[in-house]
Design a protein around this ligand. Structure first.
Ligand SMILES: *[C@@H]1O[C@H](CO)[C@@H](O)[C@H](O)[C@H]1NC(C)=O
Ligand SMILES: *[C@@H]1O[C@H](CO)[C@@H](O)[C@H](O)[C@H]1NC(C)=O
Ligand SMILES: *[C@@H]1O[C@H](CO)[C@@H](O)[C@H](O)[C@H]1NC(C)=O
Length: 378
């Protein structure tokens, strides 16, 4: 399942079913204000290594811990659960499709995996701290080191189809982590000030991860910042708060403020690393702005109730109950996930991920402005 071939995006030549459909599609794209897709210009086989949490876990939790992810996860695209926390594809899946790479197999998935286009080390719930706990960022990096050593060893022993040393050097190294570090701090009842105090240790771990891959020869990095934590229906429903902690959109101001402080630290870190590792390209992508715009301007993008989960329990305003999460007996899913931003109160729907990925590819949110396929252009 995790190794389904991914059809290319944007390069499809399939004709529209009818002129009416064509007009409708054009109208809808205008309506959605989607940036025009940039056609992939890959010359080399695209190789991607991803590190992170549930935002980019393509089945790592299920593979690594045997922890089930139940339907209706997967219902909109895969038709069954793949271990992704969404009704369909994640942002990383769309990015892989945009360069005609297969969906990334989780590193720990022993059956049916294909690693020709790289591997995914991201696992649901991961954070940077504490270290050495499954599957903290430093553990994911250690897994990568093992993956690389083993690939080269097997290639030397005559196994075909392994990722070569040159391909490891030209690969894209993606990181999307930090959300759980912030969320864990808040859930431990730390004060806002205490949460902020932990941020430098978190960004230090991200730096260590990038440095480890750089020392291995990696030169192309793609770093996502963290989304507006305080807009997640889960946080809105479980956090005890005073009404004046809500911003005009209805999100938790303190949580979002902490996310922005983290993001500013991460942005500075990327600038700093770019000057320290002069021959590396480190692209920083402002996921926060993309997601916050999607929520604040949800009607413009065709969504209603951006702060309510499609799949959950309890109904409006958030449809989230920590005792009856999506997929558990008693939870219910909306009819049309395409009208919701939030899938399960924490993760985004395939419809939202489609827009997020296309905004990422537009380069408008990237520093430096870099097309996603820069690493495989050759
Ligand atoms: C995508 O990849 C497949 C197999 O890896 C290949 O057959 C196909 O030609 C590729 N398409 C594009 C547009 O690069
Ligand atoms: C956090 O504080 C609340 C109320 O002050 C308390 O009910 C809860 O048990 C605390 N949680 C933890 C993890 O200490
Ligand atoms: C909402 O859309 C308007 C118009 O495009 C834009 O100016 C504004 O920045 C958006 N809001 C957010 C929070 O991004």
């Amino acid at each position: 399942m995790a190794s389904l071939p991914a059809p290319p995006l944007g390069s499809s030549s399939s004709p529209f079913a009818s002129p009416l459909t064509a007009v409708l599609c054009i109208f809808l794209s205008l309506l959605l204000l989607l940036p025009r897709p940039v056609l992939s210009q890959c010359k080399n086989v695209p190789v991607i290594f991803n590190f992170g949490d549930s935002n980019s876990d393509t089945g790592g939790l299920v593979a690594g811990l045997g922890f089930p992810v139940n339907p209706p996860n997967g219902r909109s695209f895969f038709g069954s659960s793949t271990g992704r926390l969404s009704d369909g594809r994640l942002v990383i899946d769309f990015l892989c499709q945009s360069v005609n790479a297969s969906f990334l197999s989780p590193y720990m998935e022993s059956l049916g995996s294909t690693f020709r286009n790289g591997a995914n080390f991201a696992v649901v719930g991961s954070s940077t701290l504490p270290k050495f706990k499954p599957f903290a960022l430093n553990v994911q990096v250690m897994q990568f080191l093992r993956f690389k050593a083993r690939s080269l060893q097997l290639a030397a022993a005559g196994f075909g189809n392994m990722i070569s040393d040159e391909e490891f050097r030209n690969a894209l190294y993606m990181i999307d982590i930090g959300q759980n570090d912030l969320a864990d701090s808040f859930s431990k009842n730390l004060s806002y000030v205490q949460v902020i105090k932990r941020i430098p240790s978190v960004t230090m771990e991200i730096k260590n991860a990038v440095k480890a891959m750089y020392d291995q020869g990696g030169r192309k990095f793609w770093v996502h910042n963290t989304g507006p934590l305080g807009c997640l229906p889960q946080k809105l429903s479980i956090v005890r708060r005073s009404p004046n902690d809500l911003d005009p959109v209805g999100c938790l101001s303190s949580y979002n403020a902490a996310a922005r402080v983290f993001n500013e630290a991460l942005r500075r870190l990327c600038v700093e690393m770019s000057s320290e590792m002069k021959d590396a390209t480190i692209v920083h992508v402002d996921i926060y702005s993309i997601k916050y715009d999607l929520i604040a301007n949800s009607t413009k993008y065709g969504f209603s109730s951006p702060l309510m989960a499609c799949c959950g329990y309890g109904g409006p305003p958030y449809n989230y109950n920590i005792k009856v999460p999506c997929g558990q007996t008693g939870s219910q899913a909306c009819i049309k996930g395409s009208e919701f931003v939030s899938w399960d109160g924490i993760h985004y729907t395939e419809a939202a991920n489609t827009i997020i990925a296309s905004k990422i590819r537009s380069m408008a949110y990237s520093t430096p402005h870099t097309p996603f396929d820069f690493f495989c252009r050759g």
